[in-house]
Design a protein around this ligand. Sequence first.
Ligand SMILES: NC(=O)c1ccc[n+]([C@@H]2O[C@H](COP(=O)([O-])OP(=O)(O)OC[C@H]3O[C@@H](n4cnc5c(N)ncnc54)[C@H](OP(=O)(O)O)[C@@H]3O)[C@@H](O)[C@H]2O)c1
Length: 306
Amino acid sequence: MSSLNPKTYDSVPAHKVAFLGLGVMGYPMAGHLALAGHSVAVYNRTTTKSADWQKEFEAQAKGALRHAATPREAAVGADIVFCCVGNDDDLRSVVLGDDGAFAGMAKGAVFVDHTTASADVARELSKAALERGLHFIDAPVSGGQAGAQNGALTVMCGGDAAAFARVQPVIATFARAVTLLGVSGAGQLAKMVNQIAIAGLVQGLSEAIAFGQRAGLDMNEVLAVIGKGAAQSWQMDNRGKTMIEGKFDYGFAVDWMRKDLGLVLDEAKRNGARLPVTALVDQFYADVQQAGGRRWDTSSLITRLK
Ligand SMILES: NC(=O)c1ccc[n+]([C@@H]2O[C@H](COP(=O)([O-])OP(=O)(O)OC[C@H]3O[C@@H](n4cnc5c(N)ncnc54)[C@H](OP(=O)(O)O)[C@@H]3O)[C@@H](O)[C@H]2O)c1
């Protein structure tokens, strides 16, 4: 079974690109680049995944595909290097050092980072890139595994406008919206806004469903009705039914959400924003982790209320 759903790709000149990190998100994102006609070199820490990736896409790719033993080797010859790893430290480990991507990139090449990381690391790596004659765009994504598989992610970018203009049509291979929101770090800050908006909303939806169930209502029927009114949300449409059923296998893991809320709360300490509900929901997610839900998806907040 394919790991992605092919889509109709806009015609853009073929690029030589690299992709570092073939996880839940990176594997299909890199796959879309291959199917769209770009030459793709991949790197993954666990090398069996890179070999599997090449095997899966080789027959349908128009450009050359290869897998490399280090980020540096993958980056050689690429005009754009994409990346989607776990956190700030993982990102530094694939970018910097003798085997890091920056060591292999030619002057003028652009590094596009899709990891959800801090705005600080984006600024730090952007500065390091400039010192080497490279460009760095922070470009975290929203849309989850399904968005990556369908090539329909929302991408929030920060960095230099000219470098962004070069990479935007290539990012669009796996995205439905790719927007520059400001200087380096602005993409990560926008992703933090996204996570703040989601955290409180999922807790509200959890309370609503748990309340309705205690009241003896048919919650599928109730959500079908109120989902057509002002309470409608993406979470209600996509997770409401599975929350009612107590199924939490549908996407973004609680561990990742805690990482993201940690980034948010650190940034709020610096900029003075008050986030009382977000801080509380972060602690609720810690409860879910303790109850064994580290890999459950974020809608599992409702388990605390059962
Ligand atoms: N999953 C989602 O729904 C979603 C949605 C939006 C944003 N994100 C963000 O996207 C990023 C990736 O998420 P994911 O779900 O794809 O995670 P994942 O499945 O756990 O994949 C993580 C990838 O990073 C690699 N990696 C981790 N640490 C590394 C290190 N120190 N050196 C080299 N490679 C390393 C892993 O390599 P191995 O294969 O060797 O472990 C793997 O390829 C995270 O920042 C996450 O917050 C995820």
